[in-house]
Structure formats: structure tokens, C-alpha cells
Design a protein around this ligand. Structure first.
Ligand code: AMP
Length: 265
């Protein structure tokens, strides 16, 4: 509490879209002072990833953040966040070994580090993260417990385009044709959901095969991973359980996209 007021933090990398605005809307319900951070965090990008080309539009972000009633916009420079002598990182020992962590080594170390720094700088009582980045949310929940942050972590459901594509700043990279192929991510998850709920298919392999087949039938796509796992531990499962996370990562042209659903029986 700051003078009896609750601070809610929404960490982002900017190029704001309706997914970010949903987090801001939810933040209004939980906090008196809404802080949005806008920081393209260099430590979470691998050497061959898109740090330099990541879409940025600070003027538009300011406009959107103000219209979403942000009280404070925190947009530090990389040099402010990481001085030349910086040498401390936050690393989880288990959760980053799965899913995106396998193809993006070091990514979650960067995420955990910057989120820890933001927590210490902003000192929120509440912080909001999107379920679209499911593994990130799981990691932040874990680190909040492990490092004794007295912060309530709130997950916000994925906001989608009317055609089903999960909103992402990286969607700006997609050509029209690639955008159409990218719809296969959400569509394949819906097919998987039907396989489980209607057809009562429970073998992970059969579901994974169908998702992969559907996605790769679209042009420009390449599967990074398709996984069925426990939503808390992120460990692979052979058969659908009471709660199952289906998480996928797919290259569409040069753009890597992720999506997921949680099935509850
Ligand atoms: P980013 O700017 O992509 O790092 O995302 C900042 C926050 O917004 C993260 O907590 C994301 O999970 C969340 N987010 C991004 N896209 C969406 C979306 N489509 N729906 C809900 N939350 C999202």
C-alpha cells in the first residue's frame, strides 16, 4: 500500500494492442494506481532473435496507455535498467526447461530478471500477465513465491483477433498470406479440444499428430513444438488429465508464434 492505495503493475514490451489493454482493464479492477511498463528487454532475446527489429511505436503506446487510464507509464532506457557492470540474473531451475525454454535458451532468465527488477522498482501489490504467454505466467508465479514477493499475480485470458489469431506485437511481421496460415494455430487447438471433449480421445500422441498435421497443411508453417503437459509443472503427459495444457509454437515464415489452451474435464 502507498498511502492506502494499491499499485497494480502491467509489464509490457510496448507496441500495445488489445491484449495489453485487457491487462490494463483488469488492473483497474484490482488497483488504485495503474503502472504500465514499456521496455523491450534486451536480456530476454537470443543473439539471433529480433531485439533490434522488434516493433516499437512509443507515441502510439503513450496514447493507448493514457486512454486505458494508466496513471504511470514507466519506460526506462536499457542503460537505466542494465548498467555496464550489471552481473546479477534470476534463473529458475526447472520450469524454463520445457516448451519455449527449449528453443529459446536464456529467454526466461532474461524475463525472470527484468520482472524481478520491475517488482523491486515499482513495488506493486498486484501484477498482471497474459495467459497467452502461459509458461511465462507459470514462471512468474513460481518466482514470486520463491523470492517472497508479496505480490498477487493475476493471469488474464488470451485476447484474440475476430478470426481467432491470438493478439501479439509480432503479428505485425506477418504478410496477409502468412496471417491466414497463422490462423491454423488457434484452429488446430479447437480441433484438439473437440477430439478430447466430443470424441473422447485421450492419447497425447494422437492429438499432437492431428495438430501438427493441420498446421503443416498450411503454407509457410514450421512446427517448433506441440505439447500436452501438466499446467502447473509443465511436464509432458501421455494421456489427457483433469487439467491439460496444450501449448504450441510455430514458425510462420520468419515469425515465431505461440498459442495454448487449457482443457478442464
Ligand atoms: P509483451 O508486450 O508481448 O511482452 O506482453 C506483455 C504482457 O501482455 C504479457 O503479460 C503478455 O502475456 C500479455 N499479452 C500479450 N498478448 C496478449 C494477448 N493476446 N492476450 C492477453 N495478454 C496478452
Amino acid at each position: 500500500m502507498r498511502a492506502g492505495k494499491t499499485i497494480a503493475l502491467v509489464p509490457t514490451m510496448g507496441f500495445l494492442h488489445e491484449g495489453h489493454l485487457a491487462l490494463m482493464g483488469e488492473a483497474q479492477r484490482h488497483g488504485d494506481i495503474i503502472v504500465i511498463s514499456i521496455f523491450v528487454n534486451p536480456t530476454q532475446f537470443g543473439p539471433s532473435e529480433d531485439f533490434k527489429t522488434y516493433p516499437r511505436d512509443f507515441e502510439q503506446d503513450l496514447h493507448l496507455a493514457r486512454s486505458a487510464k494508466a496513471d504511470i507509464i514507466f519506460a526506462p532506457n536499457p542503460e537505466t535498467m542494465y548498467d555496464n557492470d550489471h552481473e546479477t540474473y534470476v534463473q529458475l531451475e526447472g520450469l524454463p526447461d520445457f516448451l519455449c525454454g527449449q528453443s529459446r535458451p536464456g529467454h526466461f532468465r532474461g524475463v525472470a530478471t527484468v520482472v524481478t527488477k520491475l517488482f523491486n522498482i515499482v513495488k506493486p501489490q498486484v501484477a498482471l500477465f497474459g495467459e497467452k504467454d502461459y509458461q511465462q505466467l507459470a514462471i512468474i508465479r513460481r518466482l514470486t513465491l520463491d523470492l517472497n514477493f508479496n505480490i498477487r499475480i493475476i493471469g488474464v485470458p488470451t485476447v484474440r483477433e475476430p478470426d481467432g489469431l491470438a493478439m501479439s506485437s509480432r503479428n505485425a511481421y506477418l504478410s496477409q498470406e502468412e496471417h491466414i496460415s497463422a490462423l491454423s494455430l488457434f484452429q488446430s487447438l479447437q480441433i484438439a479440444k473437440r477430439m478430447v471433449t466430443k470424441d473422447k480421445i485421450t492419447e497425447s500422441n494422437r492429438i499432437k499428430e492431428e495438430i501438427s498435421r493441420y498446421i503443416t497443411s498450411q503454407p509457410h508453417t514450421k512446427i517448433d513444438y506441440v505439447n500436452l503437459c501438466n499446467p502447473v509443472t509443465l511436464k509432458d503427459i501421455n494421456k489427457v488429465e483433469e487439467e491439460t495444457l496444450i501449448a504450441i509454437a510455430v514458425w510462420v515464415g520468419k515469425t515465431r508464434l505461440i498459442d495454448n489452451i487449457v482443457l478442464k474435464q
